[in-house]
Design a protein around this ligand. Structure first.
Ligand code: EPU
Length: 420
């Protein structure tokens, strides 16, 4: 199992290019199942989650090739039963359910398990499929859907904490081939959902209200092949901006969509991080002293839960008290105990973490528990004095393209150590 060895205290300097978004490409890959014609997807990041989704598509019968960031999928003949073990392992694979039901009018997909960031139920996905006419049963760990007829419907997809990203993706995809009109209320507005909708439109789907909480989908008889370039990863961009700030560095971020980063940039500005737009790029540098700011995670356009852990590292370095409240995933504080090993003082009170920032951080061996927690530990290691070893780095490889290489290009002393 690989780990990352970081010698901290080096200000990051230089330029970084942002990759395609993991959370956009996964549902887009699932959407290729909606047609038998070839789809070409570009700016596909080299991530283990992408390779995994490729395997899932292939196990369903699709021809899949991925070379130099270009993915080609032809799902001419597919089956509706997913490989139990493959699908169970990756939460994102649940978004094959909508396309399979739409194309084959039936599907059997293993239930995704819980995960370290919370229970992650799929009741809203199933409610949406049922409203479209799907008959759902759960047996032997599979969700089985039979939908001889899919009929457009009005569907409220809001849940306990608001909209659902992959739930919206699933129901939008299923509705593209349903009869009549589907209206999804409380749809997720995340840029990744917009990117998927744009891909579906390029395939011939009729969708309006894209990017708003009300999506209207008029079903069509069939979809065709399409080409698409994946939206840049806003979470990767935010992670590099915070990396520049916590190391007192100066980093030029190229290729990000700054309009997708408003909530994060606003909080960085409040915290005293200096940012300058230069054309389509963003120069991030640490000005004077950092200030503590309170943050609450919310669905887009609010502050993303996927940046909560990284932002906590910045707050651990800001003298004073900040309160970080997690409203999307109740258990997404696994990084807190590991940050404590580096000297951070953070207490959890219900859905909030109270950060007493400004203590010096010093390197230590730490254990990554999920993707964004791992990113936070890498940031903390870059900022801390001495050496930090981040174990179980496979979590990072799921969602950050060549993160160690990109950081090294910015001057970080970071090495991958193989410990098999
Ligand atoms: N929820 C329900 N019922 C459902 C679905 C969701 O109660 O049927 C709840 C969840 O438990 C959670 C909230 O609704 O409290 C929002 O979850 P959502 O469905 O939006 O999350 P997701 O679609 O499963 C995607 C990303 C996550 C990201 C969230 C929120 C992918 C592959 N995953 O998950 O990404 O945190 O949206 O933005 O797109 C990550 O990249 O590290 C990651 C975890």
């Amino acid at each position: 199992m690989d780990s990352l060895l970081i010698k901290g205290g080096v200000p990051l300097r230089g330029e970084v290019h942002i990759s395609g978004a993991k959370n956009a490409v996964l549902p887009i890959m699932a959407a290729t199942l909606l047609t038998g014609e070839e789809c070409v997807v570009r700016r596909v990041p080299d991530l283990s989650d992408v390779a995994f989704m490729g395997k899932i598509l292939a196990s369903l019968g699709a021809e899949v090739t991925l070379r130099d960031g270009e993915l080609r999928v032809r799902a001419a003949k597919i089956k509706g039963v997913g490989d139990y073990d493959l699908i169970r392992k990756m939460r994102g694979s649940i978004c094959i359910l909508g396309p399979l039901v739409a194309r084959l009018r039936q599907a059997s997909v293993s239930l995704p398990g819980g995960c370290v960031i919370g229970s992650r139920p799929i009741d809203l996905h199933l409610k949406g499929i049922a409203r479209l006419g799907g008959k759902i049963s759960i047996d032997s760990g599979y969700v089985r859907v039979k939908a001889p007829k899919l009929q457009g419907a009005e569907i409220f997809l809001g849940g306990r904490v608001g909209s659902t990203v992959l739930g919206t993706a699933n129901i939008m995809m299923a509705a593209t081939l349903a009869e009549g009109v589907t209206v999804i209320e409380s749809a997720a507005c995340e840029p990744e959902v917009v990117d998927l909708a744009n891909f579906l439109i390029a395939m011939g789907a009729r969708i309006s209200g894209v990017g708003s909480p009300t999506l209207t989908i008029t079903g069509v008889k069939e979809l065709h092949g399409a080409e698409h370039e994946v939206v840049p990863d806003r979470i990767e961009a935010a992670t590099f901006a915070i990396a520049a700030a916590v190391t007192k560095g100066e980093v030029m971020i190229h290729g990000a969509r700054l309009d997708h980063l408003q909530a994060v940039l606003e909080k960085l500005r409040e915290a005293g991080v200096k940012m300058e737009r230069q054309g389509a790029s963003l120069l991030v540098k640490r000005g004077g002293r950092l200030k503590p700011v309170d943050v609450t995670t919310l669905p887009y356009p609010g502050f993303p839960t996927d940046v909560q852990a990284q932002f906590m590292v910045l707050m651990a370095m800001s003298r004073g008290i900040s309160i970080i409240t997690e409203r999307i995933f109740e258990a997404r504080f696994m990084h807190v105990s590991e940050l404590a090993r580096l000297g951070a003082d953070i207490a959890i009170e219900g859905p909030s973490a109270i950060v007493k920032g400004g203590l010096p951080l010093s390197g230590a061996p730490v254990m990554a528990s999920d993707l964004r927690a791992s990113a936070a530990l890498v940031l903390a290691g870059l900022a801390a004095a001495g050496s930090t070893q981040v174990n179980r780095v496979y979590h990072l490889d799921r969602g950050y393209e060549k993160i160690d290489q990109k950081l090294r290009q910015l001057g970080a002393r970071i090495e991958r150590v193989n410990e098999t």
